[in-house]
Design a protein around this ligand. Structure first.
Ligand SMILES: Nc1ncnc2c1ncn2[C@@H]1O[C@H](COP(=O)(O)OP(=O)(O)OP(=O)(O)O)[C@@H](O)[C@H]1O
Ligand SMILES: [Mg+2]
Length: 267
């Protein structure tokens, strides 16, 4: 379990997080939403130990690691994987070398040991047979999945995703959502997903927090985003609610129900 209690953090004299309380339960996907610049990525940096909080507790597996040494934190970081917004692959390395990058180049594991791990990963990510290709030969979505593979190869217990679907088309978003779900089911990870995509949040998250003014508000289950009467939640999700409403009206005007079934043919 991952728990933040009263976490304060920022850059220089500017405090961005003013006392974050947040719980990401084991084996559950917790989503963090919030306006651009509200501090979502900053929050992930704190969890990864890249940014030290000035106050509060960061509890990982029952231990408060907010103020431990870098050496001590490194042990906890091994349990975590961060999937970034932008996928940065090494253009001069093959797909296999990119996915196996950390075990091969950093840990110096023999390639004979790394390759089966890479193959399993590519298989899981629905990318078989592209081991020897170079990133320039792949589509943007495939590159994204290869980058995911590089993080997931360690099978981390806590997975942090920072807007993994930004800039992808709806099919690719679906694939990434599927991967997030699969990681939870197959490896029983605790996932924290920062996302701007309502559909993804509704699809994969089980619990949602809204970051606003440096504070995290516990929204609860994702559907509360569309129904909550809370003023802050309602304000933030206004455009999403309007989209859903627009869709509903459009379907109605075309004589379909919300599932796309013609009226009167509901099973
Ligand atoms: N390295 C940095 N140095 C100084 N200020 C920073 C740094 N990174 C972020 N900030 C500031 O901290 C605040 C929160 O930024 P952060 O990147 O955490 O927001 P975010 O919620 O992830 O936004 P987005 O949705 O656009 O990714 C912003 O005001 C930003 O300008
Ligand atoms: Mg961000």
């Amino acid at each position: 379990m991952l728990q933040l209690e009263g976490i304060r953090a920022g850059y220089g004299d500017t405090e961005v997080l003013h006392g974050i309380n947040l719980v990401a339960k084991e084996r559950v996907t917790t989503a963090i939403i919030g306006a651009s610049g509200s501090g979502k990525s900053t929050l992930l940096k704190v969890i990864m130990g890249f940014l030290h909080p000035t106050a509060g507790k960061l509890i990982i597996d029952g231990q408060d690691v907010a103020q431990v040494s870098e050496q001590e934190f490194a042990k906890h970081r091994q349990k975590m994987g961060l999937v970034f917004q932008e996928s940065a692959l090494f253009d001069s390395l093959t797909v296999a070398e990119n996915v196996g990058f950390f075990p091969y180049y950093r840990e110096k594991k023999p390639w004979g040991k790394v390759l089966p791990m890479v193959r399993e990963m590519l298989e899981m990510l629905d990318l078989p047979g592209i081991e020897n290709k170079y990133p320039s030969e792949l589509s943007g979505g495939m590159r994204r999945r290869v980058a995911l593979g590089r993080t997931l190869i360690y099978k981390p217990k806590i997975l942090l995703y920072d807007e993994p679907t930004t800039g992808l088309d709806p099919t690719m978003i679906g694939h990434v959502d599927e991967i997030i779900r699969e990681m939870n089911e197959k490896f029983q990870v605790t996932s924290v997903l920062v996302s701007h995509d309502l559909e993804s949040v509704l699809d994969v998250a089980e619990h949602v927090f809204l970051v606003q003014d440096g504070i995290a508000q516990d929204v609860g289950e994702p559907w509360h985003l569309l129904t909550s009467k809370d003023a802050q939640v309602a304000r933030f999700t206004k455009s999403w609610r309007e989209h859903v409403e627009m869709y509903r009206k459009l379907m109605q005007s075309k004589g379909f129900d919300a599932n796309g079934t013609p009226k009167g043919e509901a099973q």
